[in-house]
Each structure stands twice: as C-alpha cells, then as structure tokens.
Write a protein that binds this ligand. Structure first.
Ligand code: PGA
Length: 236
C-alpha cells in the first residue's frame, strides 16, 4: 500500500481528484467506484470544478457506488442516491443511466445483491475505486465481522456506525439499521483503489489497517493484499 500524507484537506482532495481524472482521461468510459460520507465531498467539488472548466468529460464514464441504506426512498436527503445526485451527478455531464447504486428498496434484497454483482461484472469490473474508512475500519458498509463478505451483502449496521452516521440524521433512532454494501470481491478486484481519510480520530485505524494483522475484524486490513492501493491522509 502506498501512503501519502497532506498538510490540508484541500490538498488531499486535489490529489484524489487527480488520480480519478487521470483514469478518466486514460479511459473515457472508465468504471469509477464511488463512496459517500463527509470525506469525499471535497473530491466531488474538485471534480465538478474541473468539469465546469471543461477539463474533464464524464459523458462516457460509468459509476458504481459502494452502498446504500435499506428503506430510505431515493429522494430522502439521507439516502446515498440523493447524496450522489446532489454532490456530484447533478454538477457534471454524466448520463443518469451510467450511474449505479444498490437499491435499498428492492422488494427482494437477495436478488438485488445478485443483480448488483452481475451489473459490476457486466461493466467489466471497476477501474478505480474510491473508499472512505469508518472508525471501526469498515469499507463501504463491510462492518467488522468473523468473515469477509465476498459478494454484495445485506448488512446490519454496528452500533458504532449508527452512532457515527447519526450526525447526518435528526436522531440516532432515525438511522437505518441495515444497508446493502458491495462485497470484498468487487472491491479487491478493482484495478486501482484510493482510500481517503481525514482527522486525528482516523489516524490510528489507518495505521492498524495498513500495518496490523489482516482480519475481518478490521475490514480495511484486506487492502494490504491489493496490488495498487493508495491511502491519502490528512490530519486536518
Ligand atoms: P466519513 O465516512 O467520510 O464520513 O468519515 C467514512 C466511512 O464511514 O466509510
């Protein structure tokens, strides 16, 4: 794993946006794996700025997101469909039909998990995957567990994640208790991975993920086995 530390959040976001745009320039129909949460916001703003300056073209780009809550309508401001629409898709020239997220409202959740994996395969896998990391070491919503989930999975969120994500909701009881998340197979088969994190409180978990034992108790530790992962970190 490569590790790059930045003095400021802006610098870290520019570096991540650079890596993503390099991929899109190299392959205009690249499959870009996207993440939600606070950390990617500056990256999406930067990409949208570069699009506005005509430096980037998303017209052939395909995207797959890591995860989505179960039970939230797409138009709910806390849904990841809404997040992606508001923070990136509405600001660039990507075709809506080229953007993909798991559907947390699907009537048959098991079928939806299969559909999502088949979809990622049909796109030829992911060229570059952006990841955040949870305080508990989760990537996507792959929570600490006894085993790694290989495929897209319906997952029960841990108390830790519910507490962390309650900052976006009116109260912790409003946070959905389950979600659909891309599994480790699609993540690990991504040709390139960028993991971004900021803040003192993420420093120790990043360190453990990069140098500690590889264990499903710290899901991000599996990235030690990936041939091209870059971790971008800033304390800011
Ligand atoms: P954050 O979330 O970017 O909001 O810290 C990361 C995550 O929980 O995966």
């Amino acid at each position: 794993m490569k590790y790059e530390v930045f003095a400021t959040y802006d610098q870290m976001c520019r570096r991540a946006a650079n890596l993503i745009s390099a991929q899109i320039i190299l392959k205009e129909d690249a499959v870009v794996g996207l993440a939600t949460g606070s950390t990617p916001l500056g990256i999406y703003n930067t990409l949208a700025d570069w699009y506005a300056k005509s430096d980037l073209d998303f017209s052939r780009v395909r995207t797959v997101n890591l995860d989505e809550y179960c039970g939230l309508p797409f138009e709910d401001p806390q849904s990841y469909h809404y997040f992606m629409q508001t923070n990136l898709f509405s600001k660039i020239n990507i075709k809506p039909s080229n953007t993909h997220l798991p559907n947390g409202l699907a009537p048959d959740i098991r079928e939806e998990c299969k559909r999502y994996d088949a979809l990622i395969n049909s796109l030829g896998g992911i060229d570059i995957q952006l990841l955040g990391i949870g305080h508990n070491g989760h990537i996507g919503f792959n929570e600490p567990s006894d085993t790694f989930s290989k495929d897209t999975t319906h997952i029960q969120l841990t108390e830790d994640t519910i507490r962390a994500n309650s900052r976006f909701f009116k109260s912790p009881s409003d946070v959905p208790r389950s979600a659909l998340t891309m599994g480790m197979r699609s993540i690990m088969c991504s040709r390139k991975i960028i993991l971004v994190a900021n803040g003192k409180e993420k420093e120790e978990i990043i360190h453990q993920a990069m140098e500690g034992p590889i264990t499903p108790r710290l899901p991000a530790s599996i990235l030690q086995l990936h041939p091209d992962t870059t971790v971008l970190f800033t304390i800011e």
